[in-house]
Design a protein around this ligand. Structure first.
Ligand code: PEP
Ligand code: MG
Length: 597
């Protein structure tokens, strides 16, 4: 009998490792604060026919009270710093829009009347249905918005049932918040100087909650089923935000390992902070330019903080997501303006729309046919040139923001010089129209550059360079098209290899061609942000890198340890190797040597 009690106690306190999605890196160790936030149990009951109007009014009042509460949170969010404030402001606005949308309110009121049920149950049913409709949408971004709907529903139910809200403001220092779901609005209630991190059952890597975790610098793990039922309040928890682990009741050995890892990360963060203010120069004094790639407005803050010399790639696809119509010139202007203003005189390289094939924005999907082979079909600049109003609106918005600071125009998937010539002609017409209308635009016109991301463009680089003001190598697509391996297909992911000799030859050929033509060339594919490739790319002649803001400090650290003559000799030796396994080995040997030498 005693034995079995002992075993049970031991099992309860034995280390448990729960695996989820690491959405915000870092290590946190602390007591679990388990909240029931997000999982509200709703009781359904029937109401009398005469009580329907009253029940509907109760719902309308709850909507008004929730909207008021959201506006209060908005005021609070404004006091947060940069990226977090912007992201949260955007989300709270989205919640307010959902609350004021007929789609939800009308359907709930109708259901109260049709099923004669209480408002809480009607909200739960309708939120479930709308959430499912969203989740089934083919567009992943839109599908992820199902979570926003659930969040608004939970807020309404909490209000209707007077459920107490689990506060997150006064937690013990270092507490790890564990919940069924954590909304972005919950994260604003967390004080980063007290909360160690958070984990939840619900949410994916691109959810707003994940983005908030990254913005606030809090380690976070999402997607562990029934998480809140697997941890008792006060149990010691380790969060490994990089590996996506929640370790409950760790053994002394695990605790020591993670305490060390946490110290090491803090030291590294300190080092990277110091690097921010240092110049990107090699050991022999060669100056290297490090710029940032940004995809969403809030990322520009990270680019500035990381000390980027400019934005080397602004992907404009975000302007076309999450909507059924095309963004107007004014909307695009307003969005692009925020980047140019934030960069405060540093250059912003704006790429025209790079969607197509299966990734068509909903508004374009109706207008344009999808070919049998989307990756080789009507996409990127080909699509813009076929759909003139789309291109003209983008160019007009870019020309207008060009009056506010230095901008450059970058064209995706250029195949021939005539792509550039055609865009220049449209650019000229749009500029004339705007000038006639007395609209302020960039003067002189912005430089026009081409992505080198299809093998044809890399091979014919001298002709492309003759038509362009600058070039940027997109190794993500260049690798895909050179090797005929879909970059997004997990079945061939192991074959996708930017170190393949053919890819390296093309990168080298493009850099040499641009240098001979005297046209600046950068590289903005994922390779640019991985310090593993820094010495190799410098050795191939690259001097301009553009990457995720989070990659900048590490690449700079690597740049400062490279001797260009030595890197060039080694890179040329690598170009002579028959396969990527050889190249990979040479690369790693050299990287280790530089770190330890
Ligand atoms: C590339 O292809 O390398 C690139 C930078 O563009 P994207 O990843 O947006 O296709
Ligand atoms: Mg590309």
């Amino acid at each position: 009998m005693n034995d079995s009690i002992d075993t049970a106690t031991q099992q309860e306190t034995a280390e448990r490792v729960l695996e989820g999605l690491g959405v915000a890196p870092g290590v946190a160790i602390g007591p679990a604060h388990v909240t029931d936030s997000g999982r509200l149990r709703v009781r359904e009951y029937k109401i009398a026919a005469g009580a329907v109007a009253e029940e509907q009014q109760r719902f309308v009042d709850a909507v008004a009270a929730s909207a008021k509460q959201l506006r209060k949170l908005q005021a609070r969010a404004e006091k947060l710093s940069g990226a977090a404030a912007e992201e949260l402001g955007f989300l709270l606005e989205a919640s307010l829009q959902i609350l004021s949308s007929q789609r939800l309110t009308k359907r709930v009121e109708d259901r109260i009347a049709a099923d004669r049920i209480n408002a809480e149950a009607a909200v739960q049913a309708e939120v479930g249905r709308i959430g499912e409709e969203f989740a089934q949408l083919p567009d992943a971004y839109l599908a992820a918005r199902a979570q926003d709907i659930h969040e608004v529903g939970a807020r309404l139910i909490r209000r209707l049932s007077n459920a107490p809200y689990a506060g997150l403001a006064d937690l013990p220092k270092g507490a790890i918040v564990i919940a069924h779901s954590i909304t972005p609005a919950d994260t604003v209630l967390m004080d980063p100087s007290r909360v160690g991190g958070f984990a939840a059952a619900v949410g994916g890597p691109e959810s707003h909650t994940a983005i908030m975790g990254r913005s606030l610098g809090l380690p976070a793990v999402l997607g562990i089923q029934d998480l809140e039922e697997k941890i008792s309040p006060g149990e010691t928890v380790i969060l490994d935000g990089a590996k996506g682990l929640v370790i409950v009741s760790p053994t002394a050995k695990t605790l020591t390992e993670y305490t060390r890892a946490r110290r090491r990360l803090a030291r590294e963060r300190g080092l990277l902070n110091r690097l921010r203010s240092l110049r990107a120069v090699t050991l022999d004094g060669t100056k290297v330019s490090l710029q940032a790639n940004v995809e969403l407005p809030f990322e520009v803050d990270a680019a500035v903080r990381a000390g980027a010399e400019g934005i080397g790639l602004l992907r404009t696809e975000f302007l076309f997501m999450n909507r059924d119509d095309l963004p107007s010139e004014d909307e695009q202007y307003a969005a692009l303006k925020s980047f140019v203003v934030a960069m405060n005189g540093k250059p912003v390289t704006i790429r025209t729309l790079d969607v197509g094939g299966d990734k068509l924005a909903p508004a374009l999907r109706e207008k344009l046919p999808t070919g049998a082979n989307p990756a080789l079909g009507l996409r990127a600049i080909r699509l813009s040139l076929k759909h003139r109003p789309l291109l003209e609106a983008q160019l007009a918005a870019i020309l207008r923001v060009g009056a506010l600071g230095p901008v450059r125009l970058l064209l995706p998937m250029v195949g021939t010089p005539s792509d550039i010539v055609k865009v220049r002609a449209v650019l000229g017409c749009v500029a004339t129209r705007l000038k006639k209308a007395k609209v302020r635009i960039a003067d002189p016109l912005p430089p026009v550059g081409a992505m080198i991301e299809v093998p044809a463009a890399a091979l014919a680089v001298r002709f492309i360079a003759a038509a362009a003001d600058f070039l940027s190598i997109g190794t993500n697509d260049l690798t895909m098209y050179t090797l005929a391996i879909d970059r997004g297909d997990e079945h061939v992911a192991d074959l996708y290899d930017p170190l393949h000799p053919a890819v390296l030859q093309l990168i080298h050929h493009a850099i040499e061609g641009a240098n001979t033509a005297g046209v600046p060339i950068a590289l903005c594919g994922e390779m640019a942000g991985d310090p593993r490739y820094t010495a190799l790319l410098l050795g191939l002649g690259l001097r301009d890198f553009s990457m995720r803001p989070t990659g900048l400090a590490r690449v700079k650290q690597r740049v400062r340890a490279v001797d260009v003559d030595d890197a060039t000799r080694r890179a040329h030796f690598m170009l002579d190797q028959p396969d990527s396994a050889h190249i990979s080995r040479l690369l790693d040997d050299k990287n280790v040597e530089d770190r330890t030498g």
